[in-house]
Design a protein around this ligand. Structure first.
Ligand SMILES: N[C@@H](CCC(=O)N[C@@H](CS)C(=O)NCC(=O)O)C(=O)O
Length: 217
């Protein structure tokens, strides 16, 4: 039975999983959430309706990081997205948590705020998110001064997370030019074939970006 992925091409968390799937040429059935039928199936699987969701046989797997861990265990390929060494794997998971919690979460705050009715917007919360993003860019710049990929020398789960979150974070609150290591890392991620494919598949949806997609990348 093929893997089924419920996802939307423009979603950052979906691109995180798509990057992992493309990295290893893993076959799957793409249940695109722009189709009402796929959305109804997603709602039946996961009432919170957040995506991506993976179905592998009788098992429903939630959360992008856990989906990638599932792929690593049950559908491994040439790119080992988690190292065998438990201590090295901890570094990958720590960086993955950094990208989810301190890049994706504040970045989504801007986007979700813009989607609210104007009277319900949260200027204070958005300013907090902006400060968090700037602090995260600064911390990451120091880390990436020494590394090619997020957790060291090889592409991993953490890079699958970094790629879409840095991509959209720079659109949302531009990464200052002084963070040259973050910019160089973002360029390496954009040049990686697996992520470049996810970006290309999402091009037709750029008009959906509520903050106005810049004409680049
Ligand atoms: N913690 C979830 C987050 C997933 C998430 O936030 N997905 C967004 C799309 S990028 C979503 O489902 N948005 C729809 C909504 O919030 O209703 C994960 O790691 O997969």
């Amino acid at each position: 039975m093929p893997l089924k992925l419920y996802a939307h091409p423009f979603s950052s968390y979906c691109q995180k999983v798509l990057t992992a799937l493309y990295e290893n040429g893993t076959e799957f059935e793409y249940r695109k959430l722009e189709d009402a039928e796929s959305m109804a199936e997603l709602a039946a699987l996961w009432p919170l309706r957040r995506f991506p969701v993976l179905v592998d046989g009788g098992r429903t797997v939630l959360e992008a990081s856990v989906i990638i861990e599932h792929l690593h265990i049950h559908h491994p390929g040439p790119t080992r997205l988690l190292p065998d060494d438990p201590s090295a794997a901890l570094e990958v998971r720590m960086m993955d948590r950094f990208f989810d919690n301190y890049l994706a979460t504040p970045q989504q705050k801007f986007v979700f705020d813009r989607l609210r009715p104007e009277a319900d917007r949260d200027a204070y919360g958005v300013e907090e998110a902006r400060r968090a993003l700037v602090a995260a860019y600064g911390w990451l710049d120091g880390v990436m001064a020494q590394r090619e990929w997020a957790a060291g020398g090889s592409f991993s789960l953490a890079d699958c997370a970094a790629a879409p979150f840095l991509f959209y974070a720079d659109w949302t609150h531009a990464i200052d030019a002084k963070f040259a290591h973050v910019h160089a890392y973002r360029r390496r991620l954009l040049a990686r074939a697996s992520f470049a494919r996810a970006v290309d598949e999402a091009r037709p949806y750029r008009h959906l970006f509520p903050l106005g997609a810049p004409n680049r990348d």
